[in-house]
Design a protein around this ligand. Structure first.
Ligand SMILES: [Zn+2]
Length: 573
């Protein structure tokens, strides 16, 4: 009987979440996620590698950790003794396992931290090994995936461990410059210097369900501030709400998510590297306003601008999310501005258009009052603009075209938005878009409301749905100022020349995308098809243009637009 206890310990384990006694083999088959309560138990690095990458695809880097004790650190025990003990207990040389592997058939460089080894702390050896992994990614031109689990910098190596934050970050920056995707996967727990460097300065940050991340740990915060911490503080869900991570991913979905991201980056890279030789069958040049008379797509004679305003605002009109589900495939939404918020009025992420990966960013309204309120009626906060900026820059680094869908009454005009720098956030987007080294196609799908619209609409090609409007100010706002009477909005709408044919004539818009009659909301599926066709046709001629030429042309375009304004009277009637 005395021999059964140890064997039982090996066969069974107790869930830290719900205390269920679980058969170990069953738990392992379930990726160490409790089948009863969903608690994700911590994985050591070898188990993580085995679960995450394609079978037999992992090859460890030849580089080995060097044992260092740079400051001769001693607490209760000399630091070298602790290192030796950690090595014996884990069978690892250091707190990270590094190598190359494949996920879903795509090659990656991978570093996986192991919390068992001195709390996954970041010392000189760990920093060096992760840096070499990043350098391997750069040399092989493959994405870098970092799985973090760490209490922070390794105190026992003093300031030198702090320097590792900079070393690894520089290596991440090198991958950015080379347009190679970097992904971190936050696992529980990730704190301190690791949280404040490569866990969060990668292109895409995933948090495993149940993971916690923070700079200071909860105990420290409570001690220092005396504050009562909110429920769920620093959990993956908390991080998502505050714009700190792109998504929360349950363990069983992790490989699939990584595969989708890596595949998109790879396709973008291939497209960018394709030599720009003339096509055998050149795609037809999209008609410019000069080629296509307004009558071909314009509102029928007698259609009033105010009717168009009402159609553009119709609650049944397809939203960005509707188009993402119909005109695009495989949307993977990315969240957060990395500064404290995730604005619901702007959605964005990777998707495929006609088989090609693109970054889609758009305003999101809704069809019901509840949806509209939850999305702030599509009025983006500074956080929304910063999220969009982050995604635009990511697309450029990955060589993916950007497609924006504009549908906003305007940027959020609230006190909070002002406090958080709404004007500067919009300005930054406009500037960034004007020099973004990747093709950008913007489509005004509903309301194109002033600066909030332009923050997504500085593009190589600007399209506009037939019954959309695009205006410097709302008709009501214009009426209130110039007519001193907001009921004069219909008159203001006519005066503002805000319809698609008007804007084509002014050279602001390149092409009108037809809608199914009488308007998009009567046949959303047909509207989506027309939109997909128009964007695809407008994107095609841009794909082979060198980024520098694209940027030069885009800047010329917007300079011309300024000049045109002087020649053409803004108000015709
Ligand atoms: Zn459980």
């Amino acid at each position: 009987m005395t021999t059964t206890a140890p064997r039982d310990e090996q066969l069974w384990s107790r869930c830290a979440g719900c205390s269920s006694l679980l058969y170990r083999k069953r738990l392992r088959r379930n990726l160490d996620v409790c089948p009863e309560c969903g608690t994700h138990s911590r994985l050591d690095a070898p188990a993580r590698v085995a679960q995450l990458v394609d079978p037999d695809s992992f090859t460890a880097l030849p580089d080995r950790a060097v044992e260092v004790d740079p400051i001769g650190f001693v607490d209760a025990l000399p630091y070298p003794h602790r290192l030796t003990a950690a090595r014996a207990a884990t069978g690892l040389d250091e707190a990270v396992v590094c190598g190359t592997a494949a996920v879903g058939g795509h090659r990656i460089a991978l570093a996986v931290m192991d919390f068992r080894f001195l709390g996954g702390s970041l010392g000189c050896a760990v920093g060096e090994l992760i840096t070499r992994t990043a350098e391997r990614a750069l040399a092989e031109e493959v994405p870098l995936v970092l799985i973090t689990a760490s209490g922070g910098a390794r105190m026992q190596e003093g300031a030198l461990s702090l320097m590792q934050m900079a070393t690894v970050s520089q290596a991440v920056a090198g991958l950015r410059e080379a347009g190679l995707l970097t992904i971190s996967v936050i696992t529980d727990p990730t704190y301190g210097g690791v949280a404040a460097s490569f866990a969060t300065n990668t292109d895409v940050v995933l948090a495993e369900s149940g993971a916690r991340l923070g700079f200071a740990g909860p105990r420290v915060i409570q001690q220092v501030t005396g504050a009562v911490l909110p429920e769920g503080f620093q959990t993956a869900e908390f991080l998502l709400r505050h714009g700190q991570v792109d998504m929360v991913v349950p363990r069983h979905a992790l490989r699939g998510r990584l595969t989708a991201l890596v595949a998109a980056a790879r396709a973008g890279r291939r497209a960018r590297q394709r030599p720009s030789v003339p096509r055998q069958q050149p795609a037809p040049r999209p008609p410019s306003p000069a080629d296509a008379p307004l009558a071909a797509t314009a509102d029928g004679p007698g259609r009033d601008a105010w009717d168009t305003v009402r159609a553009a605002r119709h609650p049944g009109r397809p939203t960005t999310m509707d188009y993402l589900e119909s005109a695009f495939d495989g949307f993977v939404e990315l969240h957060g501005d990395r500064l404290g918020a995730d604005c619901p009025a702007i959605v964005g992420g990777l998707a495929r258009l006609d088989g090609r990966p693109v970054m889609v960013i758009g305003h999101q309204k809704g069809h019901t009052t509840g949806e509209l309120v939850a999305r702030n009626f599509g009025m983006a906060s500074p956080a929304g603009h910063r999220k969009a900026l982050r995604l635009m820059r990511l697309a450029a680094r990955l060589g993916l075209p950007v497609v924006t869908l504009v549908d906003t009454p305007g940027a959020d005009p609230g006190v909070g938005a002002e406090e958080q720098g709404q004007a500067a956030a919009i300005a930054e987007n406009i500037l960034a878009l004007s020099v973004l080294p990747t093709p950008v196609v913007a489509v005004v799908t509903g309301e194109g409301g002033s600066g909030g619209a332009l923050a997504l609409a500085v593009a190589d090609r600007v399209l506009m749905l037939e019954h959309a409007v695009y205006s410097v100010i709302s008709p009501e706002g214009c009426a209130a100022i110039l007519w001193s009477d907001s009921s004069a909005a219909p008159q203001a709408a006519r005066a503002l020349r805000l319809t698609a044919p008007d804007l084509c004539q002014l050279g602001v818009v390149d092409e009108v995308v037809p809608e199914p009659a009488p308007a998009a909301h009567h046949d959303p599926a047909a509207a989506a098809e027309l939109l997909a066709r128009a964007v695809t046709a407008n994107l095609a001629p841009l794909l082979d243009v060198p980024p520098a030429t694209l940027v030069r042309r885009r800047r010329q375009r917007f300079r011309r637009y300024g000049a045109a304004r002087a020649d053409v009277p803004v108000v015709r009637r």
